[in-house]
Design a protein around this ligand. Sequence first.
Ligand code: AMP
Ligand code: ZN
Length: 453
Amino acid sequence: MFKLYNSLSRKIEEFKPIKSKKVGLYTCGPTVYDYAHIGNLRAYIFGDILKRVLDYNGYKIQHVMNITDVDDKTIKKSQEEKKPLPQVTEFFTEKFLEDLKDLNILPPDKLVRATSEISGMIEMVKVLLDKGFAYQTKEGDVYFSIAKLPDYGKLANISKQELKTNAEGRLSDADEYDKENIHDFALWRAHDSSDKDVFWESPFGKGRPGWHIECSVMSSKYLGQPFDIHAGGVDLIFPHHTNEIAQSEAANGKPLANYWIHFEHLLVDGKKMAKSAKNFFKLADITDKEFAPLAFRYLLLTTHYRSKVNFTWESLTAAQNALNNLYEQISAFEPAAVGCAEYEQNFLDAINDDLDTPKALAIVWDLVRSDYPGSAKLQSLIKFDQVLGLRIKEVWEEAKAIPESVQKLVKQRETARETKDFAKADELRKKIESNGYLVEDTETGFRLKKKYT
Ligand code: AMP
Ligand code: ZN
């Protein structure tokens, strides 16, 4: 049984898809005005784990992700850089996709740019105006009236009392705001001179959509309404997901998604990693220090997705060492047809218990240290890696595919040892090492391993 914590019910629930073996999954994607920071990447790594666990359970997944390529921040960046908006957003979209690849995050089935779906957004604003949930100001903006929706705020558990004291209409036109500032939010932003050439024509005048409406429109267009799972970082519960729910339920009279999954934050020095706090690292900052992107992935798997995690270089070093150790262990194994059933059952139970990756990793190490033959261990580890995404199979294959030049050195070293020329043998060992391989003498001969450190 696959269980997930649903933010909407605030409970761990058994996952029941709408269609028996198919799952519609929507994860909120990046706003492409800059490089992603490793806090953002935590959300995408766990979106990937969620997807891989669904796949492991035999579901066929349709995964949709948005690219927010028009908003205040993207417009500001294009003006600062004196480049057209699409040039800026395409550059950072490419960089984002490279990060996903480096972290072995499976790409979404559908990556949708907000600017390619403006007509659907205009349609939805029209419906909300027609149904009386929205109003237009004299400046031309269209706002959603939260007072019109009795259960507004149910996802974030905002009480009616809070609403009464705070919902004084429009406080600001920003897309992002905090719980102390609950207010009507923009569906359509009228063009103003600071937006320059960025606008679309609509029945309510020239302008651009608000942020929240993008995800409402794009998710239901490609996945239907309701769809199964909507996921993102915890900071999206309010206002973003709260407002998505409000718009979609008001416009279409049914729930938007059945399960709402939220990934906790990555902290630095106890504070949320954020561009605005200027306490962030990019993936390139990690790789510049010679860490593998997958060491960062490994590090994140050691903490449950609903717990905050504090990023330190020490913890990343420990993760890199653990990963190297795992790679070294597996490179000595031979393949087999049968794995270790007992460990496979425990692993499945862990991941199906609300994606318990720390437990799943503990099972990996229990298995590696167990008395099972290496061949059976390898078989199970390759299976587990469908979820973990640590490239176990590729690393093992690479370790087995030793270049001819290295094989030659190994042979020469064996001959030197046979003739008791240990100085030569040692020299050759060093040569082999500089080619990226370690040679270890064992009771029955020697073992060659790929070097990871
Ligand atoms: P943005 O590009 O700012 O729209 O954010 C993209 C994703 O990263 C969203 O799902 C956010 O919830 C998530 N996110 C932002 N900051 C952090 C953080 N420090 N830790 C984890 N996730 C974050
Ligand atoms: Zn979204």
